[in-house]
Structures are given as structure tokens and as C-alpha cells.
Design a protein around this ligand. Sequence first.
Ligand code: BGC
Length: 491
Amino acid sequence: MVGLGPRKPPSRKGSMADVPRDLMQEIKRLEELFTVDAAKLKAVTKHFVSELEKGLSVEGGSIPMNPTWCMSFPTGYETGTFLALDMGGTNLRVCEIILTDEKSEFDIIQSKYRMPEELKTGDADELWEYIADCLQQFIETHHSGEKLDKLPLGFTFSYPATQDYIDHGILQRWTKGFDIDGVEGQNVVPMFEAALAKRGVPIKLTALINDTTGTLIASAYTDTAMKIGCIFGTGCNAAYMEDCGSIPKLAHMNLPPDMPMAINCEWGAFDNEHKILPRTPYDIIIDKDSPRPGQQAFEKMIAGLYLGEIFRLVLVDLHDNKEVHIFEGQNIDKLRKGYTLDSSFLSLIEEDPFENLSETKDLFQNKLGITTTHPELELIRRLAELIGTRAARLSSCGVAAIALKKGYKTCHVGADGSVFNKYPHFKARGAVALREILDWPAKKSPRDPDPIEILPAEDGSGVGAALIAALTLKRVKEGNLAGIQHPENFK
Ligand code: BGC
């Protein structure tokens, strides 16, 4: 195999000996469809660099490249008590973070609340009320009976938002399957504050942040080599620190050219115009059937929300193809249901340690009521590998593009999210791809670090949000009021 990137995990060779011709042909076809070779990765990265530039320009492009008004890296000596609210896809997390006098040390208490599924496609008022209820409950639990001054809060709102100020954010569009009427095109901060005021919750919003910016700042707090923050989870995205002088769309503000500004790239929107990404017919269906067709082209090929769905669409397509004999004579109704399989299903398949793939066999039986043959299991395993590998390899194009744009020859990248943390081989496959894109020479010793390493990040939406709130309070005190809408909240 040439140019296929990382091979199957060494623990398992697999046996294709008894795979009949029709399935073998399909495996080959899928390999061609889903394999992204080094030349393609380089071409994608090159286009990515120009799209990052375009997003910073006055005309703009597909990638929003949102200035965040987070204007410095932490020193490690930030102090104070902050609340952080993380509105993730599955959970809502509230934290109280005390940044202590010790360098890069903090204490944290936190509570998690499940985000009811129906809220994601429900009504805007219900969403804000639910969030305010959780915050109120948190304050009552941890500060009952105390007389509180308004506590500063960093709100991690991980959707694309135009921020004219750090305490402001107009939702550009919902992503990750959210579809709540009446929020897109609106500033979410007053909606959130109104819900808090209604309950008299003693909180003031200091900073609205993205999870990637939080990840960047939290990671840089403990490791100054961290230059990029990434999320590879339900959605995917990255943030990095730009110089204001390199952001033409902010030129009218006359900010000092060497002043830093964290940019939330929103790179999930890369190639929305379908110029370069090697989309398969399955990617096209994912997009067409999503709540926002035409949006998040890159994200839909690599993020956790979609990996299981791509896999499901391929299997249903094969079953429905008369030329291919897969799951013959079986009822595949459960497999026909959209979004029944999440990326953890693929993880389990890729983790199956047995030669005969008996764990995968059990999974199909128990979750989908489908009895599989050995050749079918071989195809299933290969398909999961192809989808997981493509996701990791394409993800590295984004990292390489930022590094190339900024001229970073060496640095650390802080990454978080369920796919990065839990999907088997994602890190290793991504590292192989980065090496191919950036043409690094062979390592002298396997233990040598790569020039650019993607490492597990610190807690961005908790500690990162608190740090950004602290950095913002500090700069306002020092007189830098750029991107501050309500200075009174910073007293
Ligand atoms: C959102 C980003 C977010 C990413 C990871 C994407 O769908 O648009 O704002 O950073 O998911 O959570």
C-alpha cells in the first residue's frame, strides 16, 4: 500500500482470504473514495492557507475568522475567582475557578447538567431559561446564604459568533445539529442576561468565548509553546493568536499592528464552496439532510457528530445495491434510522482486539439486530478505519495551514474533544499526516518529538474561560478598552 497513510493497527492483520469478490470490490472502491493521499493533503492545506487569509480580509470568505477580543496570552500569574459556563452539545457545565497566587495553579468546583435533547431544536426562551436555572442552582448550592457581589462569568458559547466586543456575540448560524429559532442573527448576550435578571442571579457576563479560544488560552497557561487551540469533538474548529496588523477587516479600528488578537477561525466552514475537499456521495447526503445544508463542509467530513452517520449511510447503500451481497435477507430497519450510530460505535469497532472481530459481531447483533458473516465484518472494520483515518488526516490540514500561515516551524497545539481524546489512533494518524504535509525529515530516534505536536489541552471551557475573563478585567484596568461594550461590568 503506497500513500494510504497509517496502516491498520499492528495488533491485527485481518484476513481477507474468505471475502467474496463483490465485497472485495466494494472494499477497494471505498478505499479509493475515502483515502486522502499526501498530494491531496498538501493541496487541501494550500487552499486552506489562502482561505484563512481571505477570512481576515475586508471582503471575507467562507471561514469566518472571528476576532474574539481576547488580546493576550496568560502569564500564569492571573488571580481571582470566576464562574465559567460551558454550553456544550451534550452537557451544560458550570464551574467556579479560583486562579491562585501560585504560578499556573487553580482550584475548581464544577457541576454538570444534562442538556435535554429537545432543547437543541426547541424554543430560544426555553434554552435561556434552562441555562439560567442551572446557574441559579449552582449559586444556591455553593453560595447559599452568602451576600454576593456580582460574580464575573466567562460564557463558553461554542458556535460561530460575530463579536464586535468581548461581551457581545451575534450568532452567525447554529452548528452541530442545533436548530433553535430566533437566535441566529441576534446578540446572545442580552438574551442570556435577561434570563439571569429575571431570576436575580448575581452574575455579570465578562466574556463570551469560543471553546477553541478557551483551549488555546488554558493550554498556554501551563505551556508557553502552545500556539493553536483545537477542538476535535462533536464539532471541530481552531483558534490562534494573530497580530491586529494582519487583520485587514479590523484596520478601521486603528489598533496597534503588533497587538495580539485571538482569532476563532470557525474552520468547520472551510470549503463550503466545494472546491477542494474530496467529498464522497455520502458526504453530499449528510449535508443535504442536515438542518443547515451548504454550511460546515469541512466539519461534516471530520467531526464526531457525523462519523457514525457516514458509516451508516455507506452500509445502507451497500445493502440496497443488488450487486452487493451484504446483510442479505436481514431486517436492517434499525440501521436505516438516521444518526443512530455515533462515533463511539466506530471507536468500538476499531478497538475490537479479536482476529475474528467477535466484539464487532456482538455490537451489530445487539445494537442493530443484524447477524454478520466474517467477510462482512472485515468490510465493516475496514470502513471504520477509512472513515476514522480520513477524519484525522483532513484535520491535520487545518493545523498545518495555521502553522504555515503564521510561519510556525515548531510549536505545540492544544487539542480537546471526544474524537481527539477517545477515537482510537486519531492522534497517531493526525501526526503522520502532519509529517506528510510539512515534509519533515525522518526522525533520528522514535522518541524525538515532532516539530509541531498536537497534545491534549487543558480545560478550555472552564479554566480557559476564567482566564479570559481575568485577562479582560486586567486589560480594562490598564486602560485597554478595545472591544469592551459595557466597561461598567469590569469594575
Ligand atoms: C462550532 C465552533 C466550535 C466547534 C467545536 C463548531 O460546530 O461552530 O464554534 O468551536 O464546533 O465545538
